[in-house]
Design a protein around this ligand. Structure first.
Ligand SMILES: Cc1cc2nc3c(=O)[nH]c(=O)nc-3n(C[C@H](O)[C@H](O)[C@H](O)COP(=O)(O)O)c2cc1C
Length: 221
């Protein structure tokens, strides 16, 4: 006798599936996802952002605790405050806090401490991880928080790409300023800052090659 409540698995498709065709199609599609650093100010509706967040929250999580909060910011004043605080941290990062090796690794991206996209992109989604929840004032433990929130962010990036939009995974470290600017409670810590929108007309991305299969996988048959 099972202790929990169970339902039949909700099959995603009724038709016969061709896993090879579908997986190769998805690979070709996902291979076109890129982090973009030049945004257009073209609007994206709140409904779109809500659907993207709902998709992110379909990710698996340790003991189904869903230890995440997605804060979606379109308010111009708040975006400016976030940009100013992020640029302050990034200025320090690029002027002493990052190692020579790190700065060398970043050269191909041609990035610096200026983060115009934080005020140009129509939305910023700031993802918070919750190390614990507060239930009736009592601490309730969450498990595998980093792994769970990382997965949810992966789902979010894929959903953004699927919607024909672009994103940037941004980490203006340290990100504590986001906790106070967004007035988040003590059990939440900023995880990623993700601008979402459309690319600028002249947007360019650095040329990158992804590691081939034989460098990222080992098969035991
Ligand atoms: C955890 C994480 C943090 C990142 N932080 C930054 C960042 O602060 N600024 C930035 O321009 N790109 C950042 N990136 C984007 C990476 O540079 C980018 O994902 C990588 O170069 C691969 O490019 P692609 O996303 O276009 O495939 C970050 C990516 C990850 C996964």
């Amino acid at each position: 006798m099972k202790k929990g409540k169970f339902i039949p698995h909700p099959k995603a498709y009724e038709r016969d599936l061709d896993p090879l065709k579908l997986s190769e199609e998805l690979y070709r599609f996902q291979d076109k996802r890129r982090s973009v650093r030049q945004f257009s100010d073209r609007a994206v509706s709140k409904e779109v952002i809500e659907a993207l967040i709902k998709t992110a929250s379909t990710a698996p999580s340790g003991a189904h605790k869903q230890p995440w909060t997605f804060c979606a910011v379109s308010n111009s004043d708040l975006k400016l405050k976030i940009r100013e605080a992020a640029e302050k941290e990034e200025y320090e990062n690029y002027h002493g806090r990052m190692s020579e090796e790190w700065l060398e690794d970043l050269k191909v991206f041609d990035t610096d401490w200026h983060k115009e996209f934080l005020t140009i992109a129509p939305w910023l989604i700031i993802v918070f991880r919750k190390n614990y929840d507060l239930v009736d004032g009592e601490k309730s433990k969450n498990y595998y928080v980093q792994e769970s929130v990382g997965l949810a962010c992966g789902f979010l990036l894929s959903a953004i790409h699927h919607a024909g939009l672009i994103s940037l995974t941004h980490t203006p470290s340290p990100m504590n300023f986001l906790q106070s600017l967004l007035d988040r409670p003590a059990n939440e810590r900023p995880f990623l800052l993700i601008p979402v929108g459309y690319p600028a007309d002249d947007a360019q991305v650095p040329y990158l090659e992804r590691k081939p299969l034989d460098q990222i996988s080992v098969f035991y048959e």
